[in-house]
Each structure stands twice: as C-alpha cells, then as structure tokens.
Design a protein around this ligand. Structure first.
Ligand code: ADP
Ligand code: GN1
Ligand code: MG
Length: 416
C-alpha cells in the first residue's frame, strides 16, 4: 500500500511526539517493516508500519518489545524506546495498517556491508553481550511472534512445497538453485535436533542478527544499540552467531548481482568470532562452540532457502525492488555457503584458536564510523552507495548512556 506524505505525517502526529512533524522520509534498509524518519523540529523519531502479514499478533509483538526493552534498560543498556500514542498505547491501528514509533537513536549508523574488521568485532561483542543480557529474562513471558522461525527442517518443507506448487511458474528459471538446497536437506535438522535432545541449550535470542540490526556510534565506532527486536524469542546461540556472519563476513551486499564479488572472508569471520566469543566465553557450551562454524553455514543456507521460497511464491514476504531480487539474494547466499563448505576446516581452526585464547586477543581497534562510506567501499570492494545505511548521525548523541560509557557492550556486557 502506498502511503502519501500527508497521511504519514498524520499517522506520526497520533503519537506523543515532542514537537510538530516537519517531514517524514523513508529510512533504512529493512526487508520487513516500512520504516520512516520523522523530523519533528529538534527531535527525530522512527515511524514504522508493522508488517502485519509477518506479525499478525501486533499486541503480542509490542508486548514482547515493551518487556525486552524495559529489561535491557534496567540493566543500563541503550535500547529502543517505544513512543506511545496520544492515548498511551504502544501502537496505533488505522486503515493504513498498524504503526509504531521509536525515538531515533541519534549519532549512529548501521551497515549493510561491513567497512572493516574492527566494526565486525564490535558487532560480535554486542550481539554476544545481548545474549548475556537476556540470560536472566524469563522466556515464558514472550509471545512466539513467528512460530518455527529458525526451524530449518520446517523451512525446508515449505521450500519443497513451494517448488512442487510452483505457483508463479518460476521453478524452471532456478533449477540449479533448487537442486543446491535439495542436496543439503541433511544439514537442516542438525541444530533443531541438538536443541530437542538437549545437546545444546535453548536460550532467549535475537534471531535476526544481521549487521544492519545494530546501531554503531558514528563518532566512536562502538556499538550503541541492538535494534529490530521483533523476533526476540527462545532460540539457539548459534542463530545469533550465524546470522551475523551471513551478512558480516561477506565482501559483498546480500543482493550483489555479480556473484564473483561475493567472498566469504575468513578474516571477517575471525573478527566477529573474537567479539562474540569474547562476550559469551563464560556461558557458551563445548557443543555450541563446536557448532559455531556450522551455525554460520546453516543460517546462510536457511536464509537463501527462504529467499528462494519467496521467489517461487511470488515475492510475498521480503520487500523486493525488482522481480528477480529474491533470486539474486538467493545466489549470494549460495555462493557464501559453497565457500564456507570449502573452508570448514579453517573456520573450525579460527573457533578453536579464539576459544583457546582465553580473551587475550590483540585489539584490531575500532576506527570511527562517521562518514566512512568510502572506507567501507574500499574494504568491501565496489559499493559506496548503499554500503552504509540508516545513518541517524545528524543530531546530537541525545540517547547516550548517562554513565559515560560509549556502547551497549561496554555499558552492560558484564552486567548479566
Ligand atoms: P525491519 O524489521 O524492516 O528490518 P528495522 O526495525 O530493522 O526494520 O529498521 C530498519 C532500519 O531502520 C534499521 O536497519 C536501521 O537502519 C533503522 N532504524 C530502525 N530503528 C531505528 C532507531 N530507533 N533509530 C535509528 N535508526 C533506526
Ligand atoms: C529480514 O527485518 P530484517 O530486514 O532485519 C528477516 C530475517 C532475514 C533477513 C534477510 C522477521 O530481516 O529473518 O534473515 O531479512 N526478518 C524476518 O536479509 O523475517
Ligand atoms: Mg531489520
């Protein structure tokens, strides 16, 4: 549904904003919700139309976010703040859909493509810290916003059904890609089986740890806030490790049309592993550690299979900009899985090294991220435009923690 600028402003003004709406512009690169930046004079906000096909239980979704953000805030973390409607509700529903507003977390950037290894290490530390922070959160309070979200065998079954039905007649255009996933059916149940038989623990996890779901401080390069909390649910630590590798350790964007530019970088994998393991060293089990490389591959496999399923179903789930978009995304994910398969031994070596380090790892340093799109492109190869997105860096650092710490990992990594 297209929403006019006037109606966006009118939706925004239903919320208890501090100021008058001056402009509302599209913002960020999420695939699920429609996100806008609202300028209300000296304050800015993020307005989202919630994707109610993906999240039909908006009440449960917003309740989860309220509980999780309150829990994180109480631990001193910088996190999303829900701006209530003028009636005090968490969201507003009208003819144009269900809407919510967050404070814009100022002075931050988020990346589609990692600009350097230091940023990825910082992201690993932040996502690892997030696991620690939620360790004490009672999972039974949470609504399962998307049932079977990382149930890879279930994803595989849905993929197979989509191939069989072939509702759009697209299967013939992607036989090679379909066969790729069919050949890997045996990988799908490894993590769900391990969870079921108690081989690895069920935790409260983020479940969507792609790189642009973390906001980094534009000036210091430190992590500020983990966002996109829509899928915080019970899950495996391997999901949060793996899904970030999928986007973070690739040298190309998720939708790079030229797969020759897609490389799985072992250096980036090492950087993320150092950050993440550094944070969860005290709680990660031996079996989880052993499965970390596989978890990265499985999340990449699962995501590509989801893109292909959506392509076969007519692009009904992920936002797409052109008809082949989901197929292009599938191909980058396949290329990454291929390379991870080839480098499995090296990935295991990295995890063994990092696990053995006892935290004594040299610091690569975290260069400032502000205006770093050129450097971003230099590390990543070709793309300057689109590499750094979602910059909320125009205003001051209005939401920095008051204790003088600079990032969420720093502020509360030890507080779990
Ligand atoms: P989706 O579920 O569609 O991925 P997200 O909640 O991840 O939507 O938001 C999309 C993008 O908008 C993020 O990647 C980030 O760049 C930006 N964003 C979201 N919330 C905020 C916020 N509170 N402050 C600043 N930027 C934000
Ligand atoms: C979606 O919402 P966003 O864009 O951060 C998706 C993830 C996928 C990702 C692929 C709720 O993430 O599961 O891994 O796209 N989120 C949901 O880029 O399905
Ligand atoms: Mg997102």
């Amino acid at each position: 549904m297209t929403v006019t600028a006037a109606s966006l402003a009118s939706v925004a003004s239903r919320f208890a904003l501090d100021g008058v709406v001056e402009s509302v512009e599209p913002h960020g690169d999420g695939h699920i919700n429609a996100t806008y930046l609202v300028n209300a004079g000296y304050r800015r906000y993020v307005l989202q139309r919630i994707n109610t096909t993906v999240f039909p239980d908006v009440e449960g979704l917003m309740r989860n976010i309220r509980l999780v953000t309150a829990f994180l805030r109480a631990k001193g973390c910088e996190t999303l703040r829900i701006v209530p409607t003028r009636d005090g509700a968490d969201y507003w529903r009208g003819e144009s859909g269900a809407w919510r507003v967050y404070d814009c977390i100022e002075g931050t950037v988020s990346y589609n493509l990692v600009p350097n290894a230091g940023i990825l290490r910082e992201a690993g530390a932040a996502f690892g810290a997030f696991q620690n922070q939620l360790a004490g959160f009672k999972a039974s309070q949470l609504t399962e916003t998307i049932p079977h979200f990382h149930d890879t065998p279930d994803r595989f079954a849905r993929f197979r059904a989509a191939v069989d039905v072939d509702v759009c007649g697209r299967a013939d255009s992607c036989r090679g890609e379909i066969d790729f996933y069919m050949d890997r059916a045996g990988d799908c149940p490894v993590v769900t089986d391990a969870l079921r038989n108690g081989g690895i623990p069920l935790r409260v996890t983020h479940n969507d740890t792609k790189l642009n779901n973390i906001l980094m401080d534009a000036a210091t390069g430190k992590s500020r806030a983990i966002i996109d909390l829509d899928t915080v649910m019970p899950g495996s630590l391997l999901y949060d490790f793996g899904d970030a590798i999928r986007t973070g350790a690739s040298t190309a964007l998720e939708d790079e049309p030229d797969v020759r530019k897609v490389h799985f970088s072992l250096d980036l994998f090492r950087a993320y592993t150092r950050g993440f393991v550094g944070a969860v060293r005290g709680s990660v089990t031996a079996r989880e550690a052993e499965l970390l490389p596989f978890g990265a591959r499985l999340m990449t496999l699962e995501c590509g299979m989801r893109f292909l399923t959506d392509y076969l179903c007519g692009d009904v789930y992920f936002a797409t900009a052109y008809p082949e978009h989901n197929l292009v995304r599938t191909r980058t994910q396949i290329e990454l899985v291929r390379q991870m398969e080839e480098r499995d031994a090296a990935m295991r070596g990295v995890v063994d090294d990092v696990m053995g380090d006892g935290g004594e790892v040299p610091d690569e340093g975290v260069p400032p991220a502000n205006g770093d799109a050129a450097g971003n492109a230099a590390v990543a190869g070709e793309r300057a435009a689109g590499a750094m997105i979602g910059a909320c860096a125009a205003g001051g650092n209005g939401t920095m923690p008051e204790d003088g710490t600079t990032g969420c990992a720093a502020a509360c990594g030890d507080a779990a």
